[in-house]
Design a protein around this ligand. Structure first.
Ligand code: CDT
Length: 324
């Protein structure tokens, strides 16, 4: 039986502070309809799709930001998207800020099947940026203030395959893809909001597009999975966000990529059976992986230069040995 899934990467252009949820949902529905016309089974929307990227501003009290969070899904304003998905028979992936009934805040994504039912929920694991107000920056990146981290990566049986989710900064960490890959993931869905300007090291600004492709492509190839990376892009409240949303095959090849910084849909035929070409050959995990020598990956967080290496280096400095 064919497992060719027609997937749409539904990039969003900027969402300004003044834009209402209803206006945003209308844009999402338009993209969903384009996806339906293009034969999509699944349309993937970005991280924090429903609002502007609010972690760029400091507030003294988190409750001042409550309006950016969803307390139910679907809620009153998002229900039309679910209704339209069910009517069209097109599933979707949606990122949003979640506020739970007991007051926890997460950067969340959901996977919605073609009948409009939520089949998976993921809460962002790797929260980038900072947790204190840092006025020296041109804009803040306060995800570590606004969100608590999620507790893991799961996969879901949906759309005829094994589907996983990750969010934005997660895509830069090989552990993300590998933990999904170890659960047989065939399709990873990853929304992002990536400011072009990186305040701690602006030399990286010109490399944002390259780094985005680098991690999406290597994650796909090294784990034999399709990866769909979808941006919220363009000039949002004076902050330039990277576009270049892309659908990457298990070979690591980019099969479709957005060319604008606005609302744009690109589509690819994702043959989930192609994953086996990599999962059962070069990346046959069961045959070739050596978990017994990977202990450090879960045993420690930061780098630890072994003591004997450290003292050998210190000794060479003390003896005046020449260094390159
Ligand atoms: N949204 C998100 O995770 N953005 C980060 C920016 C990193 S710099 C603080 C990213 O990895 O693209």
């Amino acid at each position: 039986m064919s497992r060719v899934l027609t997937v749409g990467a539904a990039q969003m252009g900027p969402i300004q502070l003044a834009d209402t949820r209803t206006q945003v949902v209308e844009r999402l529905i338009a993209l969903l309809r384009s996806g339906s016309a293009a034969g999509c089974h699944l349309v993937v929307f970005p991280e924090l799709t429903l609002t502007t990227f609010f972690p760029r501003w400091w507030v003294d009290d988190l409750s001042e930001a409550d309006r950016f969070y969803e307390t139910e899904m679907p809620g009153q304003e998002t229900r039309p998207l679910f209704d339209e998905a069910r009517r069209l028979g097109v599933g979707f992936h949606l990122g949003y800020a979640e506020l739970t009934p007991d007051g926890h805040r997460y950067n969340t994504a959901i996977l919605v099947e073609r009948d409009g039912s939520i089949v998976g929920k993921y809460r962002k694991v790797h929260l980038p940026g900072h947790s204190e107000h840092e006025p020296w920056r041109a804009f803040q990146h306060l995800e570590r203030y606004y969100f608590e981290p999620g507790d893991g990566f799961a996969v879901h049986g949906a759309f005829g395959g094994v589907v996983g989710m990750a969010i934005c900064n997660d895509r830069r960490w090989p552990e993300t893809y590998r933990v999904l890959g170890l659960q047989g993931c065939e399709l990873a869905l990853i929304g992002y909001n990536t400011p072009i300007h990186y305040a701690p090291d602006p030399d990286q600004d010109r490399l944002q597009g390259f780094h985005n492709r680098l991690v999406l492509q290597s994650g796909a190839y090294q784990n034999g999975m399709w990866v769909v990376g979808v941006a919220k892009s363009g000039e949002e409240e004076g902050c330039a966000l990277l576009g270049e949303s892309a659908i990457v095959a298990p070979s690591g090849e980019v099969m479709a990529q957005c060319s604008t910084d606005g609302d744009e849909l690109v589509v690819a035929e994702a043959d989930l059976d192609l994953c086996a070409n990599y999962k059962e050959t070069l990346f046959d995990f069961d045959r070739y992986r050596r978990p017994e020598v990977y202990g450090r990956i879960t045993a420690q967080r930061g780098p630890e230069v072994p003591a004997e290496v450290r003292s050998a280096l210190d000794a060479s400095v003390e003896s005046g040995e020449e260094r390159p």
